[in-house]
Design a protein around this ligand. Structure first.
Ligand code: GLN
Length: 503
């Protein structure tokens, strides 16, 4: 039997299960998995204090229980995520823990403070379970560009888990964590969610603080959440969102609107929902037939619910991937200049002065994909070429933002596949960066437009049995609406959940 966050919370409240048992089970699964020839490699380490933290949660619960039912309810109202273990991508700081961004250049680096998203989750009672694999510096779509080797897909271990947040996605999909934190610059939460058959939310730019999160493309970066059901996404979101003194881009949201029990959109009546489907994504020759088939049945389901669906033309979307890779790489080249062998992690010092130290550290510390991107990023920013590349990229982005805002004056959501294909086999695209970049064909417009989007598990590919994700993208700050629509969907397409051992 499978359970969700709500179920586990009830079990914890009633003493049917302990946080210690949940964490212990995850550790056992992790240890067992490491021995397998086809190890998932979702977690890179389980934090050594995870069990102690879980035990502390259990102590809080038992002392509330001895004070009576009201005390238990009060405790869980104050700490709604009490005792729930979650997975952390290796680019989000947890105080006193290693953080490497799956790169050799951050070897030996220990985070001196926790990211705001982590401290807020901990304040809500959640237990950080461990550090998860990713593509190096979140650059990739398969979690194959990691110094620790790839993360395999729990549905079929011959396949990639998707990237760059493949580690937390696989940890959640394989029931090793209740929910996971990833990061998105161009699709890195939705894509692995789609490949692994779970939910993945990319929030509106500003909803979640980036303090303590390693920057890739700062005008695009957002933390994202991976989970088994819309509720499993909504609750951590509620705990984490809101203004943060340390991040000027953070939006002032109370978060309370996510607190109430998530109910289906408009009481389950979708007949007033207006959905736009961009032709650019469906008439695309890169779209896999299996994904197209699942998309068609999703569309049919919404039609049967009475939703008004229109095919729309947004030609500028054809340029989103090009615009994304120009802007993201330009920002990455600048952000990654801080890794110089002086301030963080690895230092290779041949004793020939600073220039040699920088050069040797960076050439030995960064992997080939990261180097490629730094070179391209610096190229597009160079005085000679920036007019043709960076400025054009920014113009396209401004147009995407305008056209999406205009579209949402008439429609509630955009519906489209999350990715053009399902998960591919390990090694299939690793040597072909352009092919890899095309995996992000349908995700990047969301980051460029700074809007939210939720990838929902929508079915399986007929030929391979691999999961297919469909995304609901909405106007800025429409997370609640997207989750409610997904809740209507989840009611008719029962999601899976975390196994509640011993309950
Ligand atoms: N695959 C995209 C890239 O490599 C997106 C990565 C991300 O969202 N972090 O840039």
């Amino acid at each position: 039997m499978k359970y969700t966050i709500n179920d586990i919370r009830s079990h914890l409240k009633e003493g049917k299960i302990t946080s210690f048992e949940l964490v212990k089970k995850s550790i056992e699964t992790f240890e067992q998995d490491k021995k397998s020839a086809l190890a998932l490699n979702a977690f890179l380490e389980i934090y050594d204090d995870a069990l102690t933290k879980a035990k502390k949660c259990d102590d809080e619960i038992s002392s509330a229980r001895s004070a009576g039912h009201d005390a238990v309810c009060k405790l869980f109202a104050e700490k709604p995520l009490l005792g729930l273990p979650f997975a952390v991508k290796d680019n989000i700081s947890v105080k006193g823990k290693r953080l490497t961004c799956a790169s050799k250049i951050l070897e030996g680096y220990v985070a001196p403070y926790s990211a705001t998203v982590i401290s807020r989750l901990e304040a809500s009672g959640a237990v950080p379970l461990g550090r998860c694999n990713q593509d190096e510096f979140a650059m990739g779509s398969s979690t194959e560009y990691s110094v620790y080797g790839p993360t395999r897909n729990p549905v079929n271990r011959e396949y990639v888990s998707g990237g760059s947040s493949g580690g937390p996605a696989a940890a959640v999909a394989s029931d090793q964590a209740l929910f996971g934190l990833g990061t998105e610059t161009g699709g890195s939460v939705r894509l692995p969610a789609s490949y692994c058959g779970i939910y993945g939310l990319k929030t509106t730019y500003g909803v979640l603080s980036r303090w303590g999160v390693v920057a890739y493309g700062s005008s695009l970066d957002q933390v994202g959440i991976l989970g088994h059901t819309p509720d499993d996404i909504a609750q951590p979101l509620c705990a984490m969102c809101g203004k943060d003194f340390y991040d000027d881009t953070s939006a002032d949201l109370s978060g309370k609107e996510f607190l109430s029990e998530l109910t289906p959109y408009n009481g389950g009546d979708l007949s007033k929902l207006k959905i736009a489907i961009p032709r650019q994504f469906l008439e695309n020759k890169g779209l896999d037939a299996d994904v197209e088939a699942v998309f068609k049945s999703t569309r049919k389901w919404f039609e049967e619910q009475g939703a008004k669906i229109a095919d729309v033309d947004i030609p500028v979307l054809d340029a989103s991937i090009a615009s994304y890779y120009v802007i993201a790489l330009a920002e990455a080249a600048s952000n990654l200049s801080r890794f110089d062998g002086i301030r963080y992690g690895l230092r290779v010092d041949p004793g020939e002065g600073y220039d040699e130290l920088y050069i040797r550290t960076r050439s030995e510390g960064f992997g080939p994909e990261v180097k490629r991107r730094i070179v391209i990023g610096n190229y597009v920013l160079s005085e000679q070429f920036s007019g043709d590349t960076y400025k054009k990229g920014m113009t396209v982005r401004a147009r995407i933002q305008r056209e999406m805002a205009k579209l949402f004056e008439s429609y509630d959501i955009v519906l489209c596949p999350t990715c053009p294909t399902t998960a591919f086999k390990l090694g299939q695209k690793v040597d072909d960066p352009l092919e890899m970049y095309l995996s992000d064909l349908y995700t990047t417009f969301v980051n460029l437009a700074r809007i939210p989007s939720l990838s929902v598990p929508a079915g399986k590919a007929a030929s391979s049995g691999m999961p297919v994700g469909i995304q609901f993208a909405g106007p800025m700050f429409s997370e609640l609406k997207l989750l409610k629509i997904a809740k209507s969907w989840d009611n008719s397409h029962t999601g899976c959940g975390f196994p509640c051992q011993g309950a």
